[in-house]
Design a protein around this ligand. Sequence first.
Ligand SMILES: [Fe+2]
Ligand SMILES: [Fe+2]
Length: 429
Amino acid sequence: MDVLREFLEFIESSRPEPVGRLLRRVLLKSRELTGAEAGTIFIVRGRGATRRLEAADSQNDVVPVTSATFVLPITTSSIAGYTAATGETVFVDDLYELPEEVPFTFDRSFDRRHGYRSRSMLCFPLLNYDRRVVGVVQLINRRVEGHDRPAAFGDEQAGLIVPVNHIVGAAIERADMLERIRAQNVRLRDRNRTLAEQRARIAALQDETEDAFRLSINLLARAAEVHDRDTAAHVLRVNEYSHFIASELGMPAAFCDEIRYSAQLHDVGKMSVDGRVLRKRGPLDDEERAEMCRHPEYGFQILEPSDRLQMAASIALNHHERWDGTGYPNRRRGEEIPIEARIVALADIYDALRSPRPYKPGLDHERTVRILAEGDDRLDPEGHLDPTLRVLFAARHAGLAEIWDRFSPSAAEAEAGPDHSSSSLTAVP
Ligand SMILES: [Fe+2]
Ligand SMILES: [Fe+2]
């Protein structure tokens, strides 16, 4: 009974450890208790048709053995397979002289390779609490002091181990399960890391796509200027003024972000205006003026098909509408005019007043503020602009001056060129 208690204590005291190490210790302890010179311990793996015995450790005090890695099918043709299949403990006195009636044979290849002689064997199953076989221990050649020839294993040796085999089996099953859970966790962690990396790559790709998109529409905005006096600096400033005004108005961040790249496309429709009209110097006749005034609709047609350019399309169509309904092309009035177009109209007029033209000098900020407040012979702010935006401009106009200074006009800005049109100031029919 002392031996039994010792075995139980040995199993219970074992801290959670890799199942391979536990199996090695179980084999060592089994050999120690029975005096076996050699042995192999197997674990049952797989389920259903793939159920098999995998050798987890081999030990031999006489000849060196490398770590066992072989696999046996669970059939009665081998001794370990027989024990796994039937749950029976097998005693063999001499492995080279098996009784006729047994279904299994003994494979002598190990003995031949190592010049070893396997003689007696005790082979018993390790069972879990459901009495299912989870492993097999095969002990070989019981050594008895003073005897050269190994003795047979008997009930005395089996009695030392077999009563605790289900405790050992349960410990092995638990260790094996823990190990598989741990391996599963590692796989999950690896998968999560892979997913995180993929997400980062997709995000980077989206950033690139977004950059490419913004570059494309800036190029589109500039393509429209080929025949126009407006410059790259003008469209960039209109972007910034519009963003500033929208933010000051308390518009949502997504709106502010969108208007910042959409505003520059307000005159993109000029690409479609008859080139002779665009290039003509001097005043336009009625027909030419009518063609020029189609640029909001041309712009809308260019931009409307794109999901990402819906706000830009709305700005292009409505940036010449006026608060009092005297604008074009649809004579919309008041809040019928989309807010993004009302904002861009204010931004566009501010920039037009400040920009030098062949027929006028650029105005300074103070003078521009005064005209936007009181009007002059060409501009009627009350009829022209959203009153809310006029109040906002009166309070926050310093922000626009700052943008003008930051994106200061290049020399090209002052160059003479054909001029009819772009701002609401000059293009009204
Ligand atoms: Fe403009
Ligand atoms: Fe325009």
